[in-house]
Design a protein around this ligand. Structure first.
Ligand code: SME
Length: 155
């Protein structure tokens, strides 16, 4: 098993035990960002943006330098994930039209939508890396599995 996959197995196990029975979404988001951010050295910003009204994301729990507070669905990688309800895996943010650079050091990014079991979009999980093409299909599959856990908390 690859190191990355093994690391995700361990981290998901920690997350599941830490959030077991928790119904407070912010507490779950804070725990997930903490565990993920400290588990992977190529995660340089890790956080959630919450859907606070139709078409608008607002920052939630995060780890890393300050992030922008509001993102309309029309903008950024986060907006694209919210609009399309699909994961955005960006190898080079400088080539993503409309990328919002909260830090000039970001080189690649992955953003995963968070939906409830009923299919309501409640947030996106945003992870930035200072390394180019830092994320792959292992990250995508595991972060989507983690976002499914978060979505189950929300509804
Ligand atoms: N890069 C994101 C904005 C959030 S900051 O990276 C934390 C985007 O383009 O939506």
């Amino acid at each position: 098993m690859t190191d990355r996959r093994q690391r995700y197995n361990e981290t998901i196990g920690h997350i599941k035990s830490l959030i077991a029975g928790e119904t407070d979404l912010i507490a779950v988001m804070a725990t997930v960002t903490c565990e993920l951010h400290h588990a992977f050295d190529y995660f340089d910003w890790t956080g959630f943006y919450r859907v606070v009204e139709e078409g608008l994301l607002k920052i939630g729990p995060y780890q890393g330098t300050h992030g922008c507070l509001r993102i309309p669905f029309e903008r950024g990688v986060c907006g694209a994930a919210a609009r399309t309800r699909t994961t955005q895996l960006v190898d080079d943010v400088s080539r993503f039209e409309g990328h919002i650079a909260c830090s000039s050091s970001t080189r690649s990014e992955i953003v995963v939508p968070v939906m409830t079991p009923a299919g309501a979009l409640i947030a996106v999980l945003d992870v930035d890396s200072n390394q180019p093409a830092a994320f792959n299909e292992c990250d995508q599959a595991n972060l989507e599995a983690i976002c499914k856990l978060v979505g189950e908390t929300g509804g």
